[in-house]
Design a binder for this molecule. Structure first.
Ligand SMILES: Cc1ncc(COP(=O)(O)O)c(C=O)c1O
Length: 287
Protein backbone atom coordinates (compact mmCIF):
# COMPACT_ATOMS: atom_id res chain seq x y z
CA UNK A 1 0.00 0.00 0.00
CA UNK A 2 1.31 3.45 -0.95
CA UNK A 3 -0.10 6.61 0.65
CA UNK A 4 -0.29 9.74 -1.48
CA UNK A 5 -0.62 13.46 -0.77
CA UNK A 6 -0.98 15.96 -3.63
CA UNK A 7 -0.47 19.68 -3.00
CA UNK A 8 -1.16 19.15 0.69
CA UNK A 9 -4.28 16.96 0.26
CA UNK A 10 -4.44 13.26 1.08
CA UNK A 11 -5.59 11.36 -2.00
CA UNK A 12 -6.59 7.70 -2.34
CA UNK A 13 -3.84 6.01 -4.43
CA UNK A 14 -6.32 5.06 -7.17
CA UNK A 15 -7.39 8.72 -7.45
CA UNK A 16 -3.85 10.11 -7.47
CA UNK A 17 -3.59 11.44 -11.03
CA UNK A 18 -1.75 14.23 -12.79
CA UNK A 19 -2.60 16.03 -16.02
CA UNK A 20 -1.26 14.57 -19.28
CA UNK A 21 -0.14 18.17 -19.92
CA UNK A 22 2.15 18.14 -16.88
CA UNK A 23 5.68 18.82 -18.14
CA UNK A 24 6.97 16.31 -15.60
CA UNK A 25 5.16 13.65 -17.63
CA UNK A 26 5.85 15.15 -21.07
CA UNK A 27 9.53 16.10 -20.66
CA UNK A 28 10.79 14.57 -17.40
CA UNK A 29 10.68 18.16 -16.15
CA UNK A 30 10.57 17.35 -12.44
CA UNK A 31 12.79 16.96 -9.40
CA UNK A 32 12.52 14.66 -6.40
CA UNK A 33 13.95 13.41 -3.12
CA UNK A 34 13.65 10.12 -1.27
CA UNK A 35 13.82 10.39 2.50
CA UNK A 36 13.66 7.50 4.95
CA UNK A 37 12.99 7.22 8.64
CA UNK A 38 15.46 5.80 11.14
CA UNK A 39 14.11 4.73 14.53
CA UNK A 40 10.79 6.26 13.47
CA UNK A 41 12.10 9.78 12.69
CA UNK A 42 12.90 11.33 9.28
CA UNK A 43 16.63 10.93 8.62
CA UNK A 44 18.77 13.74 7.14
CA UNK A 45 15.63 15.61 6.04
CA UNK A 46 17.51 18.94 6.19
CA UNK A 47 20.12 17.73 3.68
CA UNK A 48 17.44 16.35 1.36
CA UNK A 49 15.51 19.63 1.38
CA UNK A 50 18.73 21.50 0.68
CA UNK A 51 19.40 19.30 -2.36
CA UNK A 52 15.78 19.72 -3.50
CA UNK A 53 16.22 23.53 -3.46
CA UNK A 54 19.52 23.16 -5.34
CA UNK A 55 17.83 20.99 -7.98
CA UNK A 56 14.97 23.50 -8.30
CA UNK A 57 17.41 26.42 -8.68
CA UNK A 58 19.39 24.56 -11.35
CA UNK A 59 16.33 23.93 -13.54
CA UNK A 60 14.71 27.32 -12.83
CA UNK A 61 11.80 25.77 -10.94
CA UNK A 62 10.91 27.95 -8.01
CA UNK A 63 9.50 26.07 -5.03
CA UNK A 64 6.92 28.47 -3.58
CA UNK A 65 6.65 26.57 -0.29
CA UNK A 66 8.58 26.91 2.97
CA UNK A 67 10.95 24.10 3.94
CA UNK A 68 8.98 23.77 7.19
CA UNK A 69 5.81 22.99 5.23
CA UNK A 70 7.55 20.33 3.12
CA UNK A 71 9.24 18.92 6.22
CA UNK A 72 5.94 18.75 8.15
CA UNK A 73 4.22 17.05 5.25
CA UNK A 74 7.03 14.48 4.94
CA UNK A 75 6.73 13.84 8.66
CA UNK A 76 2.94 13.41 8.42
CA UNK A 77 3.46 11.03 5.50
CA UNK A 78 6.02 8.97 7.44
CA UNK A 79 3.63 8.77 10.42
CA UNK A 80 0.78 7.64 8.15
CA UNK A 81 2.91 4.67 7.08
CA UNK A 82 3.77 3.54 10.63
CA UNK A 83 7.03 1.65 11.28
CA UNK A 84 10.06 2.64 9.21
CA UNK A 85 8.93 4.62 6.16
CA UNK A 86 10.09 5.46 2.65
CA UNK A 87 8.90 8.94 1.66
CA UNK A 88 9.25 10.30 -1.87
CA UNK A 89 8.66 13.99 -2.60
CA UNK A 90 8.23 14.80 -6.29
CA UNK A 91 7.88 18.33 -7.66
CA UNK A 92 6.77 18.57 -11.26
CA UNK A 93 6.81 21.69 -13.45
CA UNK A 94 3.01 21.32 -13.59
CA UNK A 95 0.57 21.47 -16.52
CA UNK A 96 1.25 23.85 -19.40
CA UNK A 97 1.12 24.26 -23.18
CA UNK A 98 2.15 21.33 -25.37
CA UNK A 99 5.61 22.78 -25.96
CA UNK A 100 9.03 22.31 -24.45
CA UNK A 101 8.90 25.91 -23.20
CA UNK A 102 8.40 25.70 -19.40
CA UNK A 103 7.33 29.36 -19.08
CA UNK A 104 3.63 28.56 -19.47
CA UNK A 105 3.67 26.21 -16.47
CA UNK A 106 2.64 28.29 -13.47
CA UNK A 107 1.39 25.68 -10.99
CA UNK A 108 4.09 23.22 -9.96
CA UNK A 109 2.74 20.01 -8.40
CA UNK A 110 3.94 18.80 -4.99
CA UNK A 111 3.38 15.08 -4.67
CA UNK A 112 4.31 12.92 -1.69
CA UNK A 113 4.36 9.14 -1.61
CA UNK A 114 4.83 7.00 1.50
CA UNK A 115 5.27 3.26 1.91
CA UNK A 116 6.97 0.86 4.32
CA UNK A 117 10.75 1.06 3.96
CA UNK A 118 12.22 -1.96 2.21
CA UNK A 119 15.86 -2.65 2.97
CA UNK A 120 18.13 -5.42 1.64
CA UNK A 121 18.11 -8.69 3.63
CA UNK A 122 20.75 -9.13 6.36
CA UNK A 123 22.69 -11.73 4.32
CA UNK A 124 23.19 -9.17 1.53
CA UNK A 125 25.10 -6.95 3.98
CA UNK A 126 27.24 -9.97 4.86
CA UNK A 127 27.88 -11.27 1.33
CA UNK A 128 27.76 -8.12 -0.81
CA UNK A 129 25.94 -7.43 -4.08
CA UNK A 130 26.88 -8.04 -7.71
CA UNK A 131 27.24 -4.97 -9.93
CA UNK A 132 26.95 -5.12 -13.68
CA UNK A 133 29.30 -2.89 -15.63
CA UNK A 134 26.95 -1.00 -17.94
CA UNK A 135 27.71 -0.04 -21.52
CA UNK A 136 25.67 3.12 -21.02
CA UNK A 137 27.70 6.26 -20.39
CA UNK A 138 26.58 8.97 -18.02
CA UNK A 139 25.57 12.27 -19.45
CA UNK A 140 26.21 14.74 -16.63
CA UNK A 141 23.79 17.61 -16.17
CA UNK A 142 26.21 19.50 -13.96
CA UNK A 143 29.89 18.82 -13.48
CA UNK A 144 30.55 21.14 -10.60
CA UNK A 145 28.17 20.89 -7.66
CA UNK A 146 26.70 17.47 -8.29
CA UNK A 147 23.95 16.40 -10.63
CA UNK A 148 20.40 17.62 -10.31
CA UNK A 149 18.07 15.01 -8.84
CA UNK A 150 15.54 15.09 -11.67
CA UNK A 151 12.83 12.67 -12.70
CA UNK A 152 14.87 12.09 -15.86
CA UNK A 153 16.31 8.61 -15.21
CA UNK A 154 15.97 6.88 -18.57
CA UNK A 155 19.71 6.16 -18.95
CA UNK A 156 19.75 4.68 -15.44
CA UNK A 157 16.59 2.67 -16.13
CA UNK A 158 18.30 1.19 -19.20
CA UNK A 159 21.42 0.40 -17.18
CA UNK A 160 19.30 -1.25 -14.49
CA UNK A 161 17.60 -3.42 -17.12
CA UNK A 162 21.07 -4.57 -18.20
CA UNK A 163 21.85 -5.41 -14.56
CA UNK A 164 18.68 -7.50 -14.24
CA UNK A 165 19.53 -9.36 -17.43
CA UNK A 166 22.92 -10.24 -15.87
CA UNK A 167 21.43 -11.29 -12.50
CA UNK A 168 23.00 -8.29 -10.80
CA UNK A 169 21.46 -6.00 -8.20
CA UNK A 170 23.00 -2.76 -9.50
CA UNK A 171 24.71 -1.35 -12.59
CA UNK A 172 27.78 0.89 -12.64
CA UNK A 173 27.94 3.68 -15.19
CA UNK A 174 31.14 5.30 -16.46
CA UNK A 175 31.09 8.80 -17.88
CA UNK A 176 31.97 9.75 -21.46
CA UNK A 177 35.67 9.85 -20.54
CA UNK A 178 35.35 6.26 -19.27
CA UNK A 179 35.92 7.40 -15.71
CA UNK A 180 34.00 5.71 -12.90
CA UNK A 181 30.83 7.68 -12.12
CA UNK A 182 28.02 6.08 -10.10
CA UNK A 183 25.43 3.33 -10.01
CA UNK A 184 21.80 3.66 -11.09
CA UNK A 185 20.58 4.81 -7.67
CA UNK A 186 23.72 4.83 -5.53
CA UNK A 187 27.24 6.22 -5.21
CA UNK A 188 30.30 3.97 -5.28
CA UNK A 189 33.37 3.86 -3.01
CA UNK A 190 36.39 1.58 -2.91
CA UNK A 191 39.34 0.95 -0.60
CA UNK A 192 42.90 0.54 -1.85
CA UNK A 193 45.70 0.00 0.67
CA UNK A 194 43.58 1.40 3.50
CA UNK A 195 42.54 4.55 1.65
CA UNK A 196 38.98 5.33 0.56
CA UNK A 197 38.28 6.50 -3.02
CA UNK A 198 35.14 7.82 -4.67
CA UNK A 199 34.39 9.66 -7.93
CA UNK A 200 34.33 13.44 -7.55
CA UNK A 201 31.29 15.53 -8.48
CA UNK A 202 33.08 16.46 -11.71
CA UNK A 203 32.71 12.88 -12.93
CA UNK A 204 29.00 13.63 -13.34
CA UNK A 205 27.44 12.05 -10.28
CA UNK A 206 24.64 12.92 -7.92
CA UNK A 207 25.92 14.42 -4.67
CA UNK A 208 24.50 11.68 -2.48
CA UNK A 209 23.38 12.48 1.04
CA UNK A 210 24.72 9.10 2.23
CA UNK A 211 28.02 9.81 0.43
CA UNK A 212 28.42 13.00 2.46
CA UNK A 213 27.68 11.14 5.69
CA UNK A 214 30.30 8.52 4.81
CA UNK A 215 32.87 11.33 4.38
CA UNK A 216 32.05 12.42 7.92
CA UNK A 217 32.26 8.87 9.34
CA UNK A 218 35.56 8.21 7.55
CA UNK A 219 37.02 11.42 8.94
CA UNK A 220 35.93 10.42 12.46
CA UNK A 221 37.84 7.15 12.01
CA UNK A 222 40.91 8.85 10.56
CA UNK A 223 40.36 7.11 7.20
CA UNK A 224 41.61 9.25 4.32
CA UNK A 225 39.13 9.65 1.44
CA UNK A 226 40.21 10.80 -2.00
CA UNK A 227 37.63 12.21 -4.43
CA UNK A 228 38.83 12.14 -8.02
CA UNK A 229 38.41 11.31 -11.69
CA UNK A 230 39.34 7.62 -11.74
CA UNK A 231 39.72 5.25 -14.70
CA UNK A 232 38.05 1.86 -14.27
CA UNK A 233 41.44 0.17 -13.65
CA UNK A 234 41.65 1.89 -10.26
CA UNK A 235 38.41 0.23 -9.20
CA UNK A 236 39.49 -3.12 -10.63
CA UNK A 237 42.58 -3.09 -8.40
CA UNK A 238 40.67 -2.18 -5.21
CA UNK A 239 40.71 -4.29 -2.04
CA UNK A 240 37.08 -3.53 -1.02
CA UNK A 241 34.09 -1.92 -2.74
CA UNK A 242 30.77 -0.62 -1.40
CA UNK A 243 27.86 1.53 -2.52
CA UNK A 244 25.87 4.14 -0.60
CA UNK A 245 22.26 5.29 -0.83
CA UNK A 246 19.42 6.50 1.36
CA UNK A 247 17.62 3.16 1.38
CA UNK A 248 20.73 0.93 1.59
CA UNK A 249 23.16 2.98 3.74
CA UNK A 250 26.63 1.39 3.26
CA UNK A 251 26.21 -1.84 1.26
CA UNK A 252 29.19 -4.08 0.40
CA UNK A 253 29.90 -5.13 -3.18
CA UNK A 254 31.36 -8.56 -3.96
CA UNK A 255 31.45 -8.38 -7.78
CA UNK A 256 31.85 -5.58 -10.33
CA UNK A 257 31.85 -6.92 -13.89
CA UNK A 258 34.41 -9.75 -13.91
CA UNK A 259 36.15 -8.71 -10.72
CA UNK A 260 35.50 -10.20 -7.24
CA UNK A 261 36.05 -8.42 -3.92
CA UNK A 262 35.92 -9.55 -0.30
CA UNK A 263 33.76 -7.70 2.23
CA UNK A 264 36.61 -6.01 4.04
CA UNK A 265 37.30 -4.38 7.41
CA UNK A 266 36.88 -0.73 6.36
CA UNK A 267 33.50 -1.44 4.77
CA UNK A 268 32.41 -3.30 7.91
CA UNK A 269 33.65 -0.43 10.12
CA UNK A 270 31.67 2.16 8.13
CA UNK A 271 28.57 -0.08 8.09
CA UNK A 272 28.70 -0.35 11.88
CA UNK A 273 29.28 3.39 12.30
CA UNK A 274 26.36 4.16 10.00
CA UNK A 275 24.09 1.87 12.04
CA UNK A 276 25.05 3.75 15.19
CA UNK A 277 24.81 7.29 13.83
CA UNK A 278 21.39 8.40 15.09
CA UNK A 279 20.44 11.76 13.52
CA UNK A 280 22.70 13.93 11.34
CA UNK A 281 20.96 17.24 10.71
CA UNK A 282 22.66 18.78 13.78
CA UNK A 283 26.11 17.89 12.37
CA UNK A 284 27.86 20.41 10.16
CA UNK A 285 27.98 18.16 7.10
CA UNK A 286 29.11 20.27 4.17
CA UNK A 287 26.27 19.85 1.70
C1 LIG B 1 21.89 8.50 -9.44
C2 LIG B 1 21.99 8.41 -7.97
N1 LIG B 1 23.21 8.47 -7.39
C3 LIG B 1 23.37 8.39 -6.06
C4 LIG B 1 22.27 8.20 -5.21
C5 LIG B 1 22.47 8.12 -3.73
O1 LIG B 1 22.02 9.33 -3.14
P1 LIG B 1 21.50 9.39 -1.65
O2 LIG B 1 22.61 8.91 -0.77
O3 LIG B 1 21.20 10.84 -1.44
O4 LIG B 1 20.29 8.52 -1.55
C6 LIG B 1 20.98 8.13 -5.78
C7 LIG B 1 19.81 7.93 -4.93
O5 LIG B 1 18.70 7.75 -5.40
C8 LIG B 1 20.84 8.24 -7.18
O6 LIG B 1 19.64 8.17 -7.76
Amino acid sequence: MVNVMMNGEWVAPEDAKISVFDHGFLFGDSIYEVVRTRHGALFAAGMHLKRLRYSGDQIGLELPWADTLMHDEMEAMAKSVGGEAYVRLVITRGPGPLSINPDGCVNPMRILFGKPLEVPAAHVYKDGIHIHLSRIRKNPLSKVKGNIKTGNYLDHVMAFREALAHNCQEALLLNHRKQVAECTTSNIFWVTRGKLHTPSLRSGILKGVTRQIVFYLAEQQGIVCEEGLFPLEELVQADEVFITSTTRDVLPVSVVGEQRYPVGPITRRLMADFDAIGQVDHLDLKF
